[in-house]
Ligand binder design. Structure first.
Ligand SMILES: [Zn+2]
Length: 293
């Protein structure tokens, strides 16, 4: 089962307690199923529970008894389910119930129920392992703006875009999606996303650490390359005997071990000195090489 379906099956089981929230949920369902628009009198879905929920809400809130039609999918073995408003009279009753529906969303408690209804009929959420992306295929610009207004009221940052004439509202950040899931009542899905995020963050940090270690190694190598070049130049121009006695051991050690860090070099000397002592001697060798023509 996809993450989206999992969240939706969790949401389908919720029934709002107060009447105002039941109306708000019905509004979200019917508005985003486009059943409040002039041109549509049916809504189809792969999810039978969602189709049944729309019928239940249309009956309890609008007094309209819609049918659920089942028909085979053109591709694949499963079925699709269509909610069909039986006639123009019933369609009018639904539209009249929500004419000038501004006050449906007046109470703060109703916003979550409205979002749940909208998400069930036009929302999708990407597998959190792949990406953090939740979107509502709102359709018209007006429907998109109603949703954007509600998102703003509940403090979730959302974006709008137009895809082939249709308006889409989306949430891109994990925090926003977790917040929305919890508000709608999909607590299990929210928890699941949170766990996935923890693992993803941990993995990203681990990768960053590896990259950082690699950068340190690269830095050691390029410093070491310069030191080796300086030591080679000195031995060519002056001979090994031309290098001051106290610098000879470190010069030979560096040439033989270009990959060693300062610490490793310091520990490999016959008489160990500090890291900064090693650094000092290597600098001295570089200076000498520079002075040597
Ligand atoms: Zn309410």
């Amino acid at each position: 089962m996809s993450y989206s379906s999992m969240a939706k099956s969790e949401l389908c089981r919720i029934r709002p307690e107060s009447e105002c929230c039941q109306v708000a949920e019905a509004y979200g369902l019917l508005l985003y199923a486009k059943l409040l628009s002039e041109r549509h009198d049916s809504y189809s879905t792969d999810n039978k529970a969602i189709a049944s929920l729309i019928c239940e809400c249309a009956a309890s809130v609008c007094g309209v008894y819609a049918d659920v039609l089942t028909y085979p999918k053109s591709s694949g073995g499963t079925h699709r389910f269509a909610v069909k408003i039986p006639n123009a009279e019933q369609k009018k009753m639904i539209c009249a119930r929500f004419a000038g529906a501004g006050n449906v969303l007046a109470n703060e408690c109703c916003l979550n129920a409205f979002l749940r209804g909208a998400f069930l009929v036009c929302g999708t959420v990407t597998e959190p392992q792949k990406d953090y992306h939740l979107e509502f295929a709102a359709g018209s610009q007006r429907r998109c703006e109603i949703l954007a207004g509600v998102m703003q009221r509940v403090g979730i940052h959302s974006h709008q875009l137009q895809r082939n004439d249709r308006w889409v509202l989306y949430v891109k950040d994990a925090d926003g999606i977790i917040n929305l899931m919890n508000r709608m009542g999909a607590h299990y899905a929210a928890q699941n996303l949170e766990q996935t995020r923890t693992v993803r963050d941990w993995r990203n940090n681990a990768n960053r650490r590896v990259n950082c270690d690699q950068a340190n190694i690269d830095r050691t190598l390029s410093a070491s390359e310069q030191q080796c070049a300086a030591i080679r130049k000195l031995t060519e121009k002056r001979g090994f005997e031309g290098i001051p006695p106290e610098l000879r051991e470190i010069a030979a050690l560096r040439l033989e071990n270009p990959e060693m860090s300062l610490r490793e070099l310091s520990e490999s000397l016959s008489e160990p000195i500090t890291r900064s002592g090693v650094n000092h001697r290597l600098k001295k060798l570089m200076e000498l090489a520079e002075e040597t023509q």
